[in-house]
Write a protein that binds this ligand. Structure first.
Ligand code: KG4
Ligand code: ZN
Length: 340
């Protein structure tokens, strides 16, 4: 079965052709058009600009994905498209395009929850993964830990109270003038550091609820920059900036992985899945390997191009769902997960 996967819930416009085989999904093509240059001057995504750009990018992105896979629209057996959550303007562009294509070519289609897509990105590397799994989804919009019973299941265990981990990277990078999105430059900078700077103090929660909080990291970096204003302009080659970036990503990796041993034991987890843009982070990937080894968990982290938002993960999720064929279905910026 050949699936065309479309994803544009935020600022990336992506299309992919994936073949679902007896041994799992096989990537035939993946095209991703970034809008980073458009949003960079604002230090974050401007929703109206993102939607307008998707309208311009969509046709070429889909054509290129089909072309690279060496197939035409008539060869496609199913169209899978992100239904939500995300920016409503961005979602509407691609969701409407997917429905129009499906109608014109009479192709079965399915709307996919964005987070089910991130989960199913891991199916490319480990289609036979053992369940139950702990699934950590970390991106610019989410920092959520789930229990997955299979590739369709995401039962929430804990989440962030405020900023997502990706936001902490993006906001810190903005304060240090390292560019947008912030994760990649902070990661590069941290790897150049001879040593880490001072550790950040973990937040304490009076209510005792299991959760994360990352907004304090932005404040901590802000205070450092206020105390030493030259850091804002020092750039990626500065030793202190590098040390600060290293502390930041070591802290984020440490905090993200901390709840895993207790939850793995409590739920009898056999695997650990980490996906979403922040799963590209070199320190998180390294520390996750250590934790998985210690806990005897099988580890599934997609390759970096499949961790960030992409059409292939939506195709992979769309392959295991039933095509809905409900023409009244529409994009939903606040789409809820159906707990399974
Ligand atoms: O999954 P994604 O592409 O989009 C959302 O659904 O949000 O994730 C984007 C986020 C951004 O915050 C970006 O800074 C972060 O992923 N990111 C990283 C790295 N690469 C991307 N964070 C840390 N280290 C990286 N190497
Ligand atoms: Zn995402």
């Amino acid at each position: 079965m050949l699936i065309l996967g479309l994803e544009s819930s935020c600022d990336d416009c992506s299309a992919s052709v994936v073949e679902e085989t007896a041994s799992g999904p096989v990537l035939k093509s993946l095209v991703r058009r970034s809008q980073d240059e458009i949003h960079a001057p604002f230090g974050g995504v401007v929703p109206e600009l993102a939607a307008r750009e998707h309208l311009l990018q969509l046709r070429g992105t889909i054509a290129e994905a089909l072309d690279k896979a060496g197939v035409g629209l008539r060869d496609i057996d199913r169209i899978a498209v992100t239904q939500g959550p995300g920016l409503v303007g961005s979602l509407l562009c691609t969701f409407s395009a997917a429905k129009a294509l499906a109608w014109r070519e009479d192709i079965p289609w399915v709307g996919v929850h964005h987070l089910l897509g991130h989960l199913n990105a891991a199916r490319f590397a480990k289609p036979d993964l053992a369940f139950p799994a702990l699934t950590l989804l970390v991106s610019g919009g989410h920092t959520h830990l789930y229990l997955s019973k299979d590739w369709r299941s995401l039962q929430l265990l804990q989440k962030t109270r405020d900023d997502a981990a990706g936001e902490a990277f993006d906001k810190a990078a903005r304060l240090l003038n390292l560019g947008y999105p912030g994760g990649p430059p902070v990661d590069t900078c941290a790897r150049k550091a001879a040593q880490a700077g001072p550790r950040f103090t973990p937040p304490k929660f009076r209510d005792g609820l299991a959760s994360w909080s990352f907004s304090g990291l932005k404040t901590a970096v802000k205070l450092r920059v206020q105390a030493e204003p030259r850091l804002a302009q020092a750039g990626a080659e500065d030793a202190e900036v590098q040390a600060l970036c290293r502390s930041l990503q070591e802290t984020i990796a440490l905090w993200l992985l901390k709840p895993l041993p207790a939850l793995a034991a409590e739920h009898g987890a056999r695997s650990l899945i980490i996906s979403g843009g922040v799963a590209c982070n070199s320190e998180l990937r390294l520390q996750a390997q250590k934790v998985a080894l210690e806990l005897g968990l099988e580890l599934a982290i997609p390759e970096p191009k499949l961790c960030t938002d992409n059409g292939a993960m939506i195709a992979s999720a769309g392959a295991i769902l039933e095509p809905n064929g409900d023409w009244t279905l529409n994009a939903d910026s606040d789409l809820k997960l159906v707990a399974r």
